[in-house]
Design a protein around this ligand. Structure first.
Ligand code: GRF
Length: 196
């Protein structure tokens, strides 16, 4: 008989939450559990999903705080109430400041829709196509001060098809993301991810 999930993961979102859903669905078979969900966007579909699933969920709306530091203080309080071992950014659209990043250093993860270090930032699929990239994919990395620049933990890649458009590429990469993020957390829970 197993001891049940051992790694508590808090998921931080801004939008539709398909990665949240993949993490939650795969958590049921794994060694990690979703401790709760925090969104900076009160209207995020990800929050509706969390509520329907009975997950602790709340919004910390960045627009009501006068400074980034105040917003991030409130975000940290909401996260600390969940006592997570790991914080997984999943479609979180704000850049985090140094104090926040340092507070969770080594246990703050992000998923990014490109094979970093190629195409940090936004609009990665269009940029990959415009650059004529032959391979593309997704990266899970530790968050540091450098936007999309922290140590890489794992990547999943695909070959860009001749004449492929942005929509298909995005859908194919998203499907990879939905496998990659749960895979990383499962490995993390088993103590198989080494971070420095
Ligand atoms: C994903 O492509 C993720 O890599 C990026 O934003 C998107 C979020 O999608 N950071 P979802 O909200 O998980 O559906």
């Amino acid at each position: 008989m197993g001891l049940g999930p051992s790694l508590k993961v808090a998921v931080v979102v801004s939008g539709r939450g398909t990665n949240l859903r993949a993490l939650h669905e795969k958590a049921s078979k794994g060694n990690y559990s979703i401790a709760g969900v925090v969104s900076n966007n009160p209207m995020a579909p990800a929050l509706d999903y969390a509520s329907r699933q009975g997950l602790p969920a709340c919004a910390v709306d960045h627009r009501v705080y006068a400074t980034r530091a105040l917003f991030e203080g409130a975000l940290a309080e909401a996260l600390d109430r969940l006592s997570p071992d790991v914080i997984a950014l999943a479609g979180f659209l704000r850049v985090l400041g140094t104090d926040f990043v340092r507070r969770y250093q080594g246990r703050l993860l992000n998923i990014h829709p490109s094979l970093l270090p190629s195409f940090p930032g936004l609009d990665t699929h269009r940029r990959a196509l415009e650059a004529g990239a032959r391979e593309h994919g997704a990266t899970v990395h530790l968050v540091t001060d450098a936007v999309d620049g922290g140590p890489i933990i794992a990547q999943a890649g695909l070959r860009v098809a001749p004449g492929e458009d942005v929509a298909t590429l995005e859908a194919r990469v998203l499907a990879l993301e939905h496998e990659l993020y749960p895979y990383v957390l499962e490995r993390w829970a088993r103590g198989e991810v080494v971070t420095h």
